[in-house]
Design a protein around this ligand. Structure first.
Ligand code: PGA
Length: 244
């Protein structure tokens, strides 16, 4: 469903004491309003802590990945069913760091999205081009190929997705796509989603979003919010982004 959504991606950061401080600041500082939501996606071991601290709060929470398999001999993996049983609502899928370092291909990402949906989770499916792809002028074909792999796999369930456009060259680099550059990609993604009956999917932008650039990005017609890495680790900064 389209609405404003800001999701924190903690990546492999945190600790019990630091998380407790961050979460209590978020819970105290977030005043929900209609059509606006925030969520944090945390490392697996912290899901229990997040579930406990955020119980009864309007802040949603989720994982940063999910296995494409339901169960079995997959040492180290965590299934969507396990996450759902735990009360988890979201799972980031296909983040560029998974694609780059852990071999998540378009096909694996699509299978993970299907697994997440089957367990009732909302997958936050990530697409984005590398700097080399951007320089080669193939941004649109790359992100649409990544999205098409997911759409082909989910069929009639496309409207249940959240999609995040994260240009790889903008992640953790301090370089953001300009609002116009991001909007152009979002418009193409939106058109493709619309063709699949999913025009109302929330489309997030990610890559060096900070409090001082969030407003201009989120003002664009097809940008419904953000997937926030580094800036999600500071409560005041994350809340300022969420209020943008
Ligand atoms: P960043 O990361 O905000 O630190 O650039 C975004 C992401 O990887 O989701």
């Amino acid at each position: 469903m389209r609405g404003k959504l800001v999701v924190g991606n903690w990546k492999m950061n945190g600790g019990l004491a630091a998380n407790a401080a961050l979460l209590s600041e978020l819970a105290a500082g977030w005043k929900p309003s209609p059509g606006r939501a925030i969520a944090v996606c945390v490392p697996y071991p912290y899901l229990a802590q997040v579930a406990a601290v955020l119980a009864g709060s309007p802040i949603a929470w989720g994982a940063q990945d999910v296995s494409e398999h339901a169960s079995g001999a997959y040492t180290g993996e965590v299934s969507a069913g396990m996450l759902a049983e735990f009360g988890c609502r979201h799972a980031i899928v296909g983040h560029s760091e998974r694609r780059q370092h852990y071999g998540d291909t378009d096909a694996i990402v699509a299978a993970k999205v299907v697994a997440a949906l089957a367990a009732g989770l909302t997958p936050i499916a990530c697409v984005g081009e590398t700097l080399a792809e951007r320089d080669a002028g193939v941004t649109m074909s790359v992100v649409l190929r990544q999205l098409d792999a997911i759409l082909a796999a989910v069929g009639a369930n496309a409207a249940k997705l959240v999609v995040a456009y994260e240009p790889v060259w903008a992640i953790g680099t301090g370089r953001t796509a300009s609002p116009e550059e991001a909007q152009a990609v979002h418009a193409a993604l939106r058109a493709r989603l619309a063709k699949n009956g999913a025009a109302e999917v929330a489309l997030l932008y990610g890559g060096s979003v900070k409090a001082d650039n969030a407003k201009s990005l989120f003002a664009m017609a097809d940008i419904d919010g953000g997937l926030i890495g580094g800036a999600s680790l500071k409560a005041a900064e994350f809340l300022a982004i969420a209020r943008s």
